[in-house]
Design a protein around this ligand. Sequence first.
Ligand SMILES: [Cu+2]
Length: 371
Amino acid sequence: MDILTLGFALSSFNLSSVKAQDHSKKVIVSGHTPGYNLLETVGDVLDPISFNSAEEAIIDPMHYLREFNYGRVSTLSDGVVLREFTLIASDNKVKEISPGIFYNVWTFNGTIPGPTLRATEGDLIKINFINNGSKFHTIHTHGIHKAEMDGVFEGIAPGGKFTYEFIAQPFGVFPYHCHIQPLEEHISHGLYGVYIVDPKQPRPPADEMVMVMNGYDTDFDTENNFYTVNGIPYYYMEHPIQIEQDRLVRVYLVNMLEFDPINNFHLHANLYQLYRTGTNLVPDEYTDMVTMSQGERGILEFKYKFPGQYMFHAHKTEFAEKGWMGLFLVKETISSSGAAQVYNSTVTTSNTSATDYTPGQLLTQKRGGDI
Ligand SMILES: [Cu+2]
């Protein structure tokens, strides 16, 4: 039995052990019967900390969230900054993506999503690609580069290597992914990640994080059974993302969801400045809801005025109920005297307006040299 057959067997075994296979049983959700099948798994939420080793987990979402790989940095004789990255493709591992659900994952550097690559506009990027898989793979990076660096026509054979080389341009947030046919197979199994190009004049300081929206079709019917942000369904519901009251949060959001035409991101009790594709320094929209097709992305900036716990999730109900939801835990700001600042609701509720908080305006002022 080869590893792929083993993966399928494991998937079948575990799928048969969950109640979802009993389609005779109607599942009632919040007083109505949903128009889609819900998987009732044997457990709750996968926790990578509970694995014996990090190797067993498909991702550690809390670690992935704020991890940026700037590459091996050197400066060339002409002053250009060179950033070298290594990405290794694999397609033969079977990992648990939700309790009791095992899936043949295809990965860059062992995780879904792959590592977040980060550079500054004008840097020279070298991606040393090694194909450790059993099929052809490539790396197709969005952005501006030569045809031969586009990772589309020159498939890299199993055991093969290729170095992609290009200048980081323009600034923005981009996906990278395998571009071998059938594309939906190579993407749905997990061969993608995020590539961020910072503007030469950096964006204002913020609590920065990456979120990749994806899904898993674990019964191979070209419909997703699970939806996630950052690889594990419901992870941030059990492990809320801690942020600080009144501190700017910047989310680099990318939609890599296969099979479904749209995905979206809704933020509770707040709105965010949306920079579509991240290629502009002035926001496009002030909203609590963005809808993206596959490959679309953007930068979201927001602050929370009030401490507490707030949901974020797909506003496509099915996706939310199959794993794409999470929580921000807003911690109270601690003043310099060490005492927690007491929020005075009578002041802020009456004076709060949509224009009260506009990071885009702040940025424009900075760029204009006014500050
Ligand atoms: Cu591939």
